[in-house]
Write a protein that binds this ligand. Sequence first.
Ligand code: LMR
Length: 394
Amino acid sequence: MLTNLKPQPADKILMLMQMFRDDPRSDKIDLGVGVYKNAEGVTPVMRAVKAAEKKLWETETTKSYTGLAGDPAFGEALSDLILGGTVAKDRLAFAAQPGGTGAVRQALELVRMAAPSATVWLSNPTWPNHNSIVKYLGLPTRDYRYFDEATRGVDFDGMMADLGEVRAGDVVLLHGCCHNPTGANPGLGQWGDIADLLVARGANALVDLAYQGFGDGLGADAAPTRLLAQRLPELLIAASCSKNFGIYRERTGLLLAVAPDAATQKLAQANLAFLNRQNFSFPPDHGARLVTMILTDPALRADWEAELEETRLGMLRLREQLASELRKATGSDRFGFVAAHRGMFSRIGASPDQVERMRAEHGIYMVGDSRLNIAGLNATTVPMLARAIAEAGV
Ligand code: LMR
């Protein structure tokens, strides 16, 4: 049987991670996978997470199963962080998932159960795993224009024109903030237009929210999701705690379904629990418990928010510095978009050959589409990157 298996295409982001590890150069720079690193190149355990882990170790008395949808306290705390009380609680169904990817996968499984012929619309470009999961599940799919290669901002007219073809019942996957891989995001007014269009077309939306707190702040980053939740009758949200709590390997995520009414909420909740049971039974609990403890304890929460804010502002400073070093290195303002982008990533517009050249000549690793992870930089490596980008002729 096993001999019948076919080789699978390697995941480009994870392949790059391995290539970086195998590179013996000591001055290599990893701007590939979306993992936050501080100025020392370390992905730290956040202070509040450490404190919660200590408290948990001291107080936890059992490792017995939670509920199929996870501990409801986790869903309540995280949905409150995301939606900020903008939707009535009796409309919210949720289930803990193994990470943001688990939440996306489970959301698309739910779509397949409820609307197997719905087309899933993905931004072009999007996180490659979106395309891959949709294809794996055999769901009909189409792209919508998203990125303007000339301005490196959102091609909003193109996006709206393409979404104008969405049919009733289709599902549009949107990045709630900090678009991956481009770093370009619609303004709040544009989000209002997107919501109006989806309502007019009778379409559904799935929001992938993996970077809340990494762009303009916890509340601002959730604003587009809140707006969609208020205007659309239904909404799916796949949330990740990997980045904003720095608990990547704990696999902590939530699938949230905003139902049109309390009766549908019950149906959605039962189906979310059913899907968990089919796929893995009980979701992982450790990370979810830490998140719940942090969000519900005022002191831990204040410390977490403070550290997250330091992290966010550090990335914004790196963006400013990179834009300014690129101005010096190229004698032009054409990289000003780097400071306007938000989140961990910017797509800088280098060709695959130029990306390859930077890797070969300078040991700088970025994804082949020229997505770079801002959080992989520090004050010393920013000028090195700017010179390499200029030298490669980007
Ligand atoms: C990324 O895009 O680099 C991250 O979301 C990590 C991943 O799993 O690809």
